[in-house]
Ligand binder design. Structure first.
Ligand code: PMP
Length: 548
């Protein structure tokens, strides 16, 4: 029986025997590769990487990870060189030149029309309403009126306008347009409250979803996107795709960014974009250059402007690049949400003040053969805190530091716990110290010194000087060798590692009866001491040297 995908595809594509690279994963891992005319020698040493080998065309590990993240089967995923390549593949595989058409709802992302023009496919337009909402009824009518229309490209959340189309509406449209492919571009969905259409794939054979790592994962330079679709559609696209769409480097970078260790950081980055989007939109509403800002579920704002020539001049003077567009009302811009400092400069060009408080954010990404760690600290916010090192007791201790330190701490470690807990504890403290040091910046205004605190019968004193000079002294001993999987001998080591990476003097003395209490009081006291020492209390560098 002919499948929907086969009915839709260009006959030449169905007949095509795709280029065979002679590559397969088993050959790389288990066999001697004399099948791909590769050079056995590299031009660099061990650290150079296996660039003399072709990468897999559809890397199994990457497909497996994407299918896990997107909640679909591995046979529903095709990896592409960005969503841009996926758009081009769809048009090339399904639209016969000089005959078939695609449908779009302008204003929309430009690549759909570009891909169609390259393929000599016609473009049917069913524009958004005057209020920039998607009119499903009108769209369906326009598509149904057209013979040989193969693909409808719908972006949701929408670019450049930023709004979203509800999942129910999209699903109903897929049903009404069951005779064509409906490609839903979810490039910006991570920034929105929308749910992906991915769980509808098994029911809707004409549904294709486009995803990208360029936006939420911050990998625009790595060029990695994905098509999610029925296995039949994936098979047709696989015939059309280049032999090696992604480079060895891109595959490696994508795998690292998608690693569970980075999940907390990716989520935090998305949250920061969304918070900044709301802050910037609110501030811009006070600008006389702004006629209207459309509600956005993306990482940009669509702004209809007043007095565009003067605004353009002001933005140019500050070297702020924005995308100018023609809106229904006149000149509009699409403003990407940047880092807080960048957004403040944009706000200044719009003539509005930023109401942002001080920002003290620090990060550390530490990757060795023993541990892989991501840490993010925000000294100006008491939450969120999420810690996962694989050592329950140690997680609890780091939570104490963050809670009593009064700052947000996200820390994930994938460590060699099969060896023992040593590397994980040591490296986490080094990474924590480095992130804290990063957050402190030049230390202007901070109290610099801190001390603290008892717990039941136990008493720990932690004295901290964020001096820029590492020194560590630990007095106290423990009788129990382990607390859970946490070795008590690691406590003094943990403080030493922290003092090295934070470049701080840390003196700890602890005594008492119960080792759990004693250890916990050391970490709680550290949190308290850091709370005092990192507190902003002036506007000067706290040293007569003028630097820390
Ligand atoms: N879809 C939309 C709506 C986009 O805005 C973009 C990029 N600007 C893409 C797809 C392409 O993304 P990629 O970087 O993955 O090619």
């Amino acid at each position: 029986m002919t499948s929907f995908a086969e009915k839709m595809a260009r006959p030449e594509i169905l007949e095509l025997t795709p280029y065979s690279s002679g590559y397969d994963d088993a050959a790389l891992e288990n066999g001697i590769r004399l099948n791909a005319n590769e050079n056995p020698w590299r031009v660099g040493g061990d650290g150079f990487g296996d660039f003399n080998r072709y990468p897999p065309s559809q890397p199994e590990k990457l497909i497996a990870r994407l299918s896990e993240i997107y909640g679909v089967g591995a046979n529903n995923v095709l990896v592409s060189r960005g969503a841009d390549e996926a758009i081009d593949l769809l048009v090339r595989a399904f639209c016969r030149p000089n005959q078939d058409a695609i449908a779009i709802a302008p204003p929309t992302f430009g690549s759909y029309a570009t891909a169609a023009r390259l393929q000599c496919a016609r473009i049917i337009e069913a524009p958004l309403t005057s209020d920039y909402t998607f009119d499903t009824k009108a769209f369906v009518v326009a598509v149904k009126a057209e013979k040989d229309l193969k693909i409808a490209f719908i972006c949701s959340p929408m670019s450049p306008t930023g709004g979203a189309i509800s999942k129910d509406e999209l699903a109903s449209m897929c049903e009404q347009l069951s005779e064509i492919i409906v490609a839903i571009d979810e490039a910006y969905i991570e920034f929105s409250a929308l749910e992906s259409m991915a769980d509808k794939l098994s029911k809707l054979e004409n549904l294709v979803i486009l995803r990208t790592l360029s936006k939420a994962y911050g990998l625009a330079g790595a060029r990695c996107g994905a098509v999610l679709a029925s296995p039949d559609i994936i098979a047709v696209l696989q015939k059309t795709i280049a032999p090696y769409p992604m480079t060895t480097t891109s595959i490696d970078i994508a795998m690292r960014a998608l690693s569970p260790v980075n999940k907390l950081i990716v989520d935090r980055n998305i949250r920061k974009v969304v918070e900044e989007r709301e802050r910037v939109a609110k501030a811009l509403n006070g600008s006389h250059f702004v006629a209207r800002i459309l509600p956005s579920e993306t990482n940009f704002l669509f702004i209809e402007t007043n007095d565009a020539p003067l605004l353009k001049k002001r933005l140019d003077e500050s070297a702020i690049r924005v995308r100018w567009l023609k809106s229904r009302q006149g000149d509009a811009i699409r403003l990407t949400i940047g880092a807080p400092d960048e957004n403040d400069l944009a706000l200044a060009a719009f003539g509005v003040a930023s109401e942002r408080g001080r920002s003290r954010i620090g990060e550390c990404f530490r990757e060795t053969k023993e541990t892989n760690i991501s840490v993010a600290i925000d000294l100006e916010s008491a939450d969120p805190t999420a810690i996962n090192t694989g050592i329950g007791y140690f997680d609890h201790m780091l939570e104490q530091v963050a809670r009593h330190g009064g700052f947000s701490l996200l820390l994930t470690c994938d460590g060699d716990l099969e060896v023992d807990t040593h590397h994980t504890i040591e490296d986490c403290m080094l990474a924590f110290g480095a992130a804290l040091r990063d957050a402190l910046g030049d230390g202007r205004g901070m109290a610099r010194f801190g001390a603290a605190l008892p717990m039941d019968e136990a008493r720990a004193e932690v004295l901290v000087d964020l001096s820029g000079r590492p020194f560590s002294k630990f007095s106290g001993d423990f009788h129990a060798p382990l607390l859970g999987e946490y070795p008590t001998e690691m406590t003094s080591h943990a403080f030493r590692s922290l003092s090295e990476a934070l470049r701080a003097s840390i003196h700890v003395s602890v005594d008492g009866g119960n080792d759990h209490h004693k250890t916990e009081s050391c970490f709680k006291a550290l949190g308290r001491a850091l709370r005092q020492a990192t507190r902003i209390e002036s506007n000067i560098i706290p040293s007569t040297k003028g630097v820390l």
